[in-house]
Design a protein around this ligand. Structure first.
Ligand code: GDP
Length: 197
């Protein structure tokens, strides 16, 4: 499935622009700069599927990619950039809710969290959106290579404890690094498994 064709399908900045639900879908969300583009590229074996380091706060849209005509990947806009005011936060929430509402093709959202920083209040706000929409989501800790080996278990445990208050959260977190490839095969395996369920 991975390392096969992966093509841009559509971008959507409002409910009316969403592409039809023709394939099962998996969405990726996280704060700006969390490493989402890098992770998408690592997963798909592409160099520039999602452009890395997009200017934070620019036009927010959902980007849809077709993976081998079997799965649609949805790159949600980054949220929580400091220079972005409350209006933009609301815009993110509105777009997310418009997408999540009745998106029967959506199997799961992967919520990316920087392993160095852990869960921030804005991440809990995002998880509240997923809870309200009853969209199951799994937390992926990114940039694990930046965390000392001896601290990694503690970061995972602390995050899992904090996740217990979110009913839509998958109880265990994934630890990844796009830099070293840590956790990437496991994540691919989880996605394939999800498609079989
Ligand atoms: P996005 O804004 O969430 O799409 O984040 P990007 O993928 O553009 O990454 C933001 C910054 O984090 C860039 O400078 C990346 O090089 C860096 N980065 C992304 N993934 C990793 C990782 O696994 N390890 C390290 N050390 N840096 C990473």
């Amino acid at each position: 499935l991975f390392a096969q064709t992966c093509d841009f399908v559509a971008g959507a900045d409002n409910a009316g622009a969403l592409p039809p639900m023709t394939l099962p879908e998996i969405a990726f969300a996280g704060r700006s700069n969390v490493g989402k583009s890098s992770l998408l590229n690592a997963l798909t074996g592409r160099k520039a599927l999602a452009r890395t380091s997009q200017t934070p706060g620019r036009t927010q849209q959902l980007n849809f990619f077709d993976l081998a005509h079997r799965l649609q990947l949805v790159d949600m806009p980054g949220y929580g950039y400091a220079a972005v005011g409350k209006d933009k936060v609301t815009a993110w929430t509105k777009l997310a809710q418009d997408f999540l509402r009745g998106r029967a093709s959506l199997l799961r959202v992967y919520l990316l969290i920087d392993a160095r920083h852990g869960l921030k209040p804005v991440d809990h706000e995002t998880m509240d959106v997923f809870d309200r929409s009853a969209i199951s989501f799994a937390v992926v800790l990114t940039k694990a290579d930046e965390v000392k080996q001896m601290d990694r278990d503690a970061v995972c445990e602390r995050t899992e404890t904090d996740l217990r208050r979110h009913p839509a959260a998958f109880p265990t977190v994934l630890l990844t690094s796009s830099e070293t490839g840590l956790g990437i095969p496991a994540m691919r395996g989880g996605i394939v498994q999800l498609m079989r369920e």
